[in-house]
Write a protein that binds this ligand. Structure first.
Ligand code: ARG
Ligand code: ZN
Length: 846
């Protein structure tokens, strides 16, 4: 059954208040609800339908009198009075039997909830839609020292707690937690002087992994006050870490619930990347308090309203806390890797989709990351001051609303006077625009002209794309590397458009799409000399990195298709950048990166060639070997100069140095053998250095001893063991990857029902391009076996992992046939979930 945006109708009733009482029991939890309904004057239709799934209805009453509603497996309908009335129901649910991790479930002995998007209907009968907002009071009874829900605590007793949330909210923001937990606590005073109690609740044993998350929380609270003027609005803010969780985290009002991998951190057990990600996710969920909770979404088609904006806000936060250039480059790598693949394949959909079968399948890179890019473009177009004014108006006008993308754009139109009709296409059209640029130089007049053409390939979701509004940031550089024209934002609206720069003495080199100012695929025919000039001199750190990346890609493609040796000029230019001590170490570490295998496969496919995963793998290996040989002395120097030998701090400065020394170590191991990596492994007192040394050893074929020691050292730490599982797959030789994954599934600690552990093995396999796409087809078959096994237990995680197959049309006929066989095999399994069948039928095509 498909749901359409165009079918939106308001619900026939308003909910004035909700009171819920939980009597907790692992298999027989009782939930009593008392809900005050009245007719919604804005609604035509007044059918009283309440969502409800997997509930056992014990009793139902209206105004105190028993009623007999008509119940299906999707919900119930009932005849109701015209006047306001009180609905009361009691249902029984089975949290321990809930392996889908949606609704109320148990994880490691504790009760917890995940209601977004449509999980509340597995807790009780309710209008489970985001435009129905109400005030919740929650009573929890159960033999657990910690009993939590949303809002402020009103009563706490032995095995009993009551919570009241004064802010109206939709049901998807409901949360409940109960268990034997310990708190790491702090306090925050808001800008108007409100004292807020902060708690991070964890299972006993994890207390030592809370400090960083708490610091990230207070930093986020302060940042949102300073940058967006947003203040926290309750007396308490709780975060809970849960081991079994389908996603990263959830912004439930006043009670954020986190995948423990997204909040627990210590130097010994977490890498620098983990720390940075945790800081960003804490910020993301906290920022949702305004962009998501105080202003929520009218319906799930508007998901990007809260997610795109909140991702954009958390990226601003990370830029402020760390390095803006490094953050931007990392985000673009991620966007190209995940969002472009989605937007250019069978799963392509607009940032605001217009139809879906299962909304959980639309928590995508397009909604989140492209949604954030759209906000960034809007800000570039209107400018920082206008953006700030528009946001102030948004918060003022829509506080308490369930809003739409139209509402969002209107505040920009009203504050700037701009017409955003065309810009709105970014929300309605799928597909990545291709932007081509050609240059003309009029030496006599000193005029340089850039002519752009844009074209978005049609897709099933958008058969007739129209031109987008593109902010294109451009700077001009002279042959000596100096600037001739500072950055200027060109605003392109037509399919083809020219822009001129006059008053020039000599032909400049154009640095186009600085900062990656629009999420497009750029084709700019620069000569190698011009790219080398940009790599050496561009003042825009993104485009400087991009010049190096393009040279790397071209070198790799030549190796793949012609067997040529890695480009010596690129290597020499790169070496100069590496040795430039005025550049941040983290930035130089990024410069040492290469385009991913998937990126190369896509580029080949785009230019009409069929990618051969084995050839790509060999070319990347050969290029890395060549880099190692060419840079050996520079790398040794960099390693010695930047190795961190003071106590570990997860900050940007130290983590940048570790990123650089670890990138150097990985290359040095190729030419100098395993001794260096073994030494780092033996001396490491933090996970960042321990894990990268282990990776280097595994890749060199000398990791067996360290791997066994690692397991011995960390067998009791779930999050570290996820790394141990994942690393073995990601570092395996292509022909071994599926086998390694399969062997790991026999390990006593392979708990496949835990999403983190499942992803550690199978996410790593899917990401191992040459391994997953090995010509034997073993990777495809193994993943399919396990998706078939997981689907009845956890449809959400299964459906999400199906995207491993989304690029299948890129490959040769033999691989396509093998993948098709596996897709059909999964599709044929009995009682396949709605989640997985929607994903597979979209990927598979008609
Ligand atoms: N709103 C959460 C976040 O982005 C994600 C919740 C996803 N839930 C889901 N069932 N897909 O922070
Ligand atoms: Zn979010």
């Amino acid at each position: 059954q498909t749901i359409y945006l165009s079918d939106y109708q308001p619900f026939g009733f308003l909910v004035d208040e909700v009171a819920l009482t939980f009597d907790l029991d692992p298999h027989k939890t009782r939930v009593k609800s008392r809900i005050a309904f009245r007719r919604n004057p804005a609604a035509k239709d007044a059918e009283f339908f309440l969502h409800g799934e997997q509930l056992k209805l014990i009793s139902a009453q209206i105004d105190g009198k028993p009623v007999a509603p008509e119940v299906t497996d999707r919900g119930l309908t009932c005849a109701v009075p015209d006047a306001p009335f009180i609905w009361e129901a009691e249902v029984e649910i089975d949290p321990k039997g809930n392996t889908a991790l949606e609704g109320l479930y148990m994880s490691g002995g504790m009760y917890c909830t995940q209601c977004e998007a449509e999980g509340f209907r597995k807790i009780t009968y309710y209008p489970d839609r985001p435009d129905v907002m109400s005030i919740f009071t929650v009573t929890i009874n159960g033999p657990h020292p910690v009993l939590l829900s949303n809002g402020n605590p009103v009563a706490q007793g032995q095995n009993h707690a009551e919570w009241h949330d004064p802010w109206p909210k939709p049901a998807y923001l409901f949360a409940l937690v109960a268990g034997d937990l310990v708190a790491h606590s702090d306090r925050f005073t808001t800008m108007s002087g409100r004292e807020v109690d902060l708690n991070l609740y964890v299972r006993p044993g994890d207390e030592g992994k809370c400090a960083f998350g708490m610091e990230a929380l207070t930093a986020s609270m302060k940042w949102d006050e300073e940058v967006y003027g947003r203040e926290y609005d309750l007396d308490i803010f709780n975060i809970v870490a849960v081991d079994d969780f389908n996603m990263g985290a959830m912004e439930n009002k006043g009670l954020n619930i986190f995948n423990s991998a997204a909040v627990l951190a210590s130097p010994e057990t977490s890498t620098d990347d983990n720390f940075e990600r945790i800081e960003a996710i804490i910020a993301h969920e906290y920022f949702h308090n305004w962009t998501g909770n105080r202003i929520t979404c009218r319906d799930w088609f508007q998901l990007c309203l809260k997610e795109g904006l909140t991702v954009y806000r958390d990226s601003q936060f990370t830029s402020d806390m760390r390095s803006p250039a490094v953050k931007r480059i990392g985000d673009v790598i991620d966007l190209r890797g995940r969002q472009f693949a989605e937007d250019q394949g069978p799963l392509a959909h607009p940032v605001r989709p217009e139809s879906f079968q299962e909304i959980n399948n639309f928590y995508t890179a397009t909604v989140y990351e492209k949604g954030a890019e759209v906000i960034g473009m809007l800000k570039t177009l209107v400018g920082d001051d206008a953006y700030a004014k528009a946001l102030d108006l948004y918060f003022e006008r829509h506080d308490g609303d369930a809003a739409t993308i139209e509402d969002w754009l209107k505040v920009f139109e009203d504050t700037t006077g701009r017409d955003l009709t065309q810009f709105k296409r970014w929300y309605s059209q799928a597909g990545t625009p291709r932007l081509a640029v050609t240059e003309a130089w009029d030496a006599g007049k000193g005029i340089f002209t850039l002519t752009f053409t844009q074209y978005t390939p049609p897709s099933a979701a958008t058969p007739n794309p129209e031109p987008q509004v593109l902010p294109i940031t451009v700077g001009l550089i002279g042959a000596d590397g100096a600037h001739v024209a500072p950055s200027r934002v060109l605003e392109m609206t037509e399919a083809e458009q020219s822009f001129t720069f006059d008053g020039l003495d000599a032909r400049p080199v154009a640095s186009v799409l600085r900062g990656f100012s629009a999420p497009v695929v750029l084709a700019h025919d620069l000569s190698k000399e011009e790219r080398l000039l940009l790599l050496a001199h561009d003042s825009d750190p993104f485009n400087r990195w991009e010049a190096g990346r393009t040279l790397a890609r071209q070198s790799l493609l030549a190796t793949i298709t012609e067997g040529s040796a890695p480009d010596a000029e690129w290597l020499a230019a790169l070496q100069a950048v590496l040795g430039d001590e005025t550049l941040e170490p983290a930035y130089r570490a990024l410069m040492l990166g290469l385009p991913s295998h998937a990126d190369l496969a896509n580029t080949l496919y785009d230019t009409g060639k069929t990618p051969d995963p084995a050839a790509i793998h060999e070319a990347v290996e050969a290029t890395r070997d060549a880099m190692a040989q060419a840079f050996v002395s520079t790398l040794s120097e960099l390693y010695d100069r930047h190795i961190v030998d003071v106590p570990y701090q997860p900050n940007a400065a130290q983590s940048g140095k570790r990123a650089l020394t670890n990138a150097a170590l990985a290359l040095l191991t190729r030419v100098q053998g395993p001794e260096h990596a073994q030494a780092q492994y033996d001396q490491a007192d933090n996970m960042t250095q321990q894990l990268s040394a282990l990776a280097a050893l595994l890749r060199a074929g000398h990791g067996d001893k360290a791997l066994a020691e690692f397991e011995e050292q960390w067998r009791d730490d779930r999050l570290v063991m996820d790394k141990w599982f994942g690393l073995q797959v990601s570092q395996a030789a292509p022909e071994k990857a599926a086998e390694v994954a399969q062997t790991l599934t026999q390990h006593a600690d392979f708990n496949w029902k835990n999403p983190n552990r499942f992803r550690a093995v199978f996410g790593s396999l899917a990401m191992h391009h040459a391994g997953f796409h090995h010509e034997s087809g073993k990777g495809y078959a193994l993943l399919a076996d396990w998706l078939i096994k997981l689907d009845p237990v956890n449809p959400q995680t299964t459906a999400r992992m199906c995207s491993a197959f989304q690029t299948w049309r890129r490959y040769d006929a033999a691989r396509q046939e093998m993948i098709q066989t596996q897709l059909d095999r999964i599709l044929a399994s009995p009682d396949l979930s709605r989640d997985t069948s929607e994903m597979l039928s979209r990927i598979r095509g008609a």
